[in-house]
Design a binder for this molecule. Structure first.
Ligand SMILES: [Zn+2]
Length: 82
């Protein structure tokens, strides 16, 4: 079995200006890490299942959000509906 990263079967949504990282999920959707380009005040959201940072008012450090967003991308099987 190939371990190569496969491209999503779905069209990548437009990239917002404050997009810091975008992960492709195993369902073919995308998880965005959004922030202001600083190491804090970041949040994540999933285009597939609409999950997001649980406490967006408590914006988080990039090293923490990155791990949470990547873990979600590795588990989420929802496909983008738009
Ligand atoms: Zn999701």
């Amino acid at each position: 079995m190939s371990t190569a990263v496969r491209a999503s079967a779905f069209t990548e949504p437009e990239r917002p200006k404050n997009l810091q990282i975008r992960f492709v999920t195993i369902g073919g959707s995308f998880v965005d890490v959004i922030g202001r380009g600083e190491h804090f005040k970041n949040r994540w959201k999933c285009h597939g299942c609409k999950a997001a940072s649980q406490f967006p008012e408590e914006e988080d450090y990039l090293f923490s959000i990155r791990e949470k967003a990547n873990s979600h991308a590795a588990a989420c099987r929802a496909i983008p509906l738009t």
